[in-house]
Design a protein around this ligand. Structure first.
Ligand SMILES: C[S@@+](CC[C@H](N)C(=O)[O-])C[C@H]1O[C@@H](n2cnc3c(N)ncnc32)[C@H](O)[C@@H]1O
Length: 197
């Protein structure tokens, strides 16, 4: 079975475009088979975005597991931030580059397994993480990402109650200061800060 995080050249491409309005600005996104949330903005991604947009962040941002690019592209357009976007899925990265161009934003996009190839430190990291990779890999992705935060940097993520939001909070409470910044329809929006970075 193919997952959205695998690379499959055999999967037929069927691009589907959609439009979405955020903070009075319309965005157009191309999506495809084999990439997370084809044809629509995922509700978790939407909730994460609307919460982060309220904070009017500045500085540099890493979009970890960018998919077709919604989080990073919207933040680059609406906030004063420099955005880096990474994923392991080549089709997702291709879509992100097209979507960035079509929405007239400049972002840095490249293939990376987690932060393994990342050299910079970030003010913010945003992620709707790949739950389907399993708990061990998920925790590794987030733990490693926390090490790429600047001092006082903040990682924002969305996780559903049924995907283990409560045990995630429990398991990361020794590594980071965790705040629940929003909760809606079973989706938790979390902020993680590491005071020792
Ligand atoms: C739940 S999707 C979110 C996609 C996009 N950010 C959104 O909100 O629509 C998680 C993304 O993480 C990517 N991913 C999976 N494993 C990864 C890894 N080891 N390193 C980087 N990205 C990964 C998947 O390919 C997928 O695009």
């Amino acid at each position: 079975m193919e997952h959205y995080f695998t690379n499959s050249n055999n999967l037929k491409s069927e691009i589907k475009e959609f439009k979405v309005k955020l903070s009075d600005k319309e965005f157009t996104f191309k999506t495809d088979n084999g990439v997370f949330s084809k044809g629509e903005l995922d509700y978790g991604t939407y909730l994460l975005l609307t919460n982060v947009l309220k904070l009017n962040i500045k500085g540099n941002v890493l979009d970890l597991g960018c998919g077709y690019g919604a989080l990073g592209i919207v933040l680059a357009k609406l906030n004063d931030v420099k955005v880096t976007m990474i994923d392991v899925n080549k089709r997702a990265l291709h879509l992100t580059k097209m979507n960035a161009h079509n929405n007239e934003v400049q972002v840095q996009v490249f293939e990376s397994d987690g932060v393994s190839t990342i050299q910079d430190d970030f003010d913010y990291i945003v992620t709707n993480p790949p739950i389907r990779v399993g708990k061990i890999k998920l925790y590794e992705l987030i733990s490693d990402a926390l090490k790429c935060l600047k001092k006082n940097g903040e990682l924002f993520l969305v996780i559903r109650k049924e995907q283990g939001a409560k045990s995630f909070i429990n398991d990361f409470s020794e590594k980071a200061q965790i705040k629940i910044i929003d909760k809606n329809k079973g989706f938790y929006i979390l902020s993680l800060k590491v005071s020792t970075n």
